[in-house]
Design a protein around this ligand. Structure first.
Ligand SMILES: Cc1cc2nc3c(=O)[nH]c(=O)nc-3n(C[C@H](O)[C@H](O)[C@H](O)COP(=O)(O)OP(=O)(O)OC[C@H]3O[C@@H](n4cnc5c(N)ncnc54)[C@H](O)[C@@H]3O)c2cc1C
Ligand code: SF4
Length: 485
């Protein structure tokens, strides 16, 4: 079915607009401006219902959202059916509608003309409507199976798995070492990208479905993993990929140089009126107000440091990326429908960051133990320093956001020692070994999903893995399953 046959010819692409940068950096709230229902319906009309819908093919949406179907429903004004359809593939579309980088839009056929359907904006609108209409309420299982499952970690992978398992009738207990559930959604990603009441509402929904959350329990430290394996019929490990990649840059021990995570976690906790010290990222208070800030790295985490520093009142924020500046426009015929390398500017970068490309960080420089500057140089295509190009950037604070190296040695993994098979992936991330079919680890009854298995990734991939692992666990416990993959 296709909404408006000539929609893509008649209607221009529109996505959510933002509050101006000068206004939004005064607060930590979300800053997208609402779109009317009729505007969303017009945007949905642009979908061409392609014979092969690349948007939910292998290069498109990882949870296989049925995008053309809900676009048609929205065009027809049937929001209730669109809400049900969207929730059949995605437990938490209000999360992905806000923070997914939208590989679906890259794969959209209209992206060949740079005017993809505004899929992410429409997804958010449907998900927000679900909140308004009261659809987001508990849907408890009709029958209990008598089986008990423990989920370790309450990020999007653990939450999605727990919801699916609870709805399949199992008794589900989620163990989370931090004070509140949500994983990186709550303590990594800033409020200005997603406000945390969207997590609280889902936690309430799941509690209403019978899921129990045990926060403040660090499994492997406060409770041995073997105890959990003995108490439950199955255990799913969704602990994330949290070990920061070591920078190996001289001067990292200077006062003022930090990993990105403690900085971001502290600010999230401040906004939530929580004690700023987390279990995983204890650190002295870090605040960028009145400071010259340098962020090393070019990904999401780096961008989040940039936006947080501006909101805290940084004087200047410079972001260093070792990669060359990508082209403004990709060659569609060589990359589509895959994710393209092209110049992208995050909303945080657009708030005034000075971006330096093809630059290596040589050293953090300081006086009396305090950071004063970052020594950099230009690099060639092979990332080799170009002689004579060294320069210094004034810095009172520097954040290292160069990625994550997988599962830490101690804690959960340390408890299991050699029994838990781990392997290094192409990005040098040390992850738990489990396949994408049954998600079973080398330890009996223990499954793994999300970043802990695939390395640092995306919320939508974590949701997918959580859902698929739940299906595998259900089948393991019951011999058969009706949960979708
Ligand atoms: C700063 C930052 C910004 C990001 N921005 C985006 C974005 O804009 N869009 C996007 O799609 N993705 C983004 N990502 C990636 C995304 O957040 C992750 O891929 C996703 O959260 C992974 O989900 P997960 O459930 O596998 O793990 P996590 O979200 O990491 O959750 C793991 C949870 O397990 C808990 N845990 C770990 N070990 C134990 C233990 N032994 N006992 C009890 N609890 C334990 C942790 O406390 C944590 O709550 C970002 C990541 C970072 C770091
Ligand atoms: S979850 Fe991400 S990839 Fe899937 S439809 Fe939403 S924005 Fe697109």
């Amino acid at each position: 079915m296709m909404g408006k046959v000539t929609g893509f010819l008649e209607i221009d692409r529109q996505v959510h607009k933002y509050q101006p940068a000068a206004d939004r950096i005064r607060h930590f709230r979300e800053f997208t401006l609402p779109m009317s229902d009729s505007e969303v319906e017009k945007q949905a009309a642009r979908c061409m219902d392609c014979g092969i819908p690349f948007c939910h093919g292998p290069n498109g949406c990882p949870v296989h959202n049925q995008i053309p179907d809900w676009n048609d429903l929205i065009y027809a004004g049937d929001w209730d059916a669109a809400i049900r359809n969207l929730h059949s593939t995605n437990n938490f579309p209000e999360w992905t509608g806000r923070i997914c980088p939208a590989p679906c839009e890259e794969a959209c056929t209209l992206n060949l003309e740079d005017i993809p359907v505004a899929i992410k904006t429409i997804e958010q609108a449907i998900a927000d409507k679900a909140y308004e209409t009261g659809y987001v309420r508990p849907y408890p299982a009709e029958k209990q199976t008598g089986r008990k499952v423990a989920v370790v970690g309450s990020g999007p992978a653990g939450m999605a798995a727990a919801q699916q398992l609870g709805r399949a009738g199992h008794e589900v207990h989620v163990y989370e070492r931090e004070s509140r559930p949500g994983g990186l959604m709550r303590y990594g990603i800033p409020d200005f990208k997603i406000e945390k009441h969207y997590i609280d509402r889902r936690v309430e929904q799941m509690q209403g479905e019978g899921v129990t959350f045990h926060c403040g329990v660090n499994v492997g430290v406060d409770k041995p993993v073997d105890e959990l394996l003995a108490e439950y019929d199955a255990v799913l490990y969704c602990g994330g990929s949290e070990k920061p990649r070591p920078a190996g840059i001289p001067g990292v021990d200077l006062h003022g140089v930090h990993d990105a995570m403690p900085y971001l976690v502290q600010q999230n906790r401040r906004v939530a009126n929580e004690d700023i010290q987390s279990v995983a990222w204890p650190s002295e208070p870090i605040v960028a107000g009145g400071k010259h800030v340098v962020v090393v790295g070019g990904g999401d985490t780096a961008s989040d440091c940039v936006g947080t520093a501006f909101r805290q009142g940084a004087v200047r924020v410079t972001q260093l990326d070792i990669r060359p500046q990508p082209p403004e426009k990709e060659d569609k015929l060589t990359v589509w429908p895959y994710w393209a390398t092209k110049m992208r500017t995050s909303s945080s970068q657009a708030e005034g960051a000075q971006r330096e490309f093809q630059v290596a960080t040589l050293e953090f420089v300081g006086e009396d133990g305090e950071l004063t500057a970052v020594k950099c140089c230009e690099v060639d295509e092979k990332r080799k320093p170009v002689e004579g190009t060294e320069f210094f950037i004034r810095a009172d604070l520097a954040f290292i956001a160069i990625g994550f190296a997988g599962v830490p040695e101690g804690g959960f993994a340390g408890n299991l020692g050699d029994r838990l098979e781990m392997a290094q992936d192409a990005r040098r991330s040390h992850n738990v070994v489990a396949n994408e079919v049954d998600y079973r680890t080398s330890v009996d009854k223990l499954f793994a999903a999300g970043d802990v298995r695939r390395g640092q990734s995306l919320v939508v991939w974590a949701i997918r893995e959580g859902r698929q692992a739940a299906r595998s666990i259900d089948e393991f416990l019951m011999g058969t399953t009706l949960l979708p993959r």
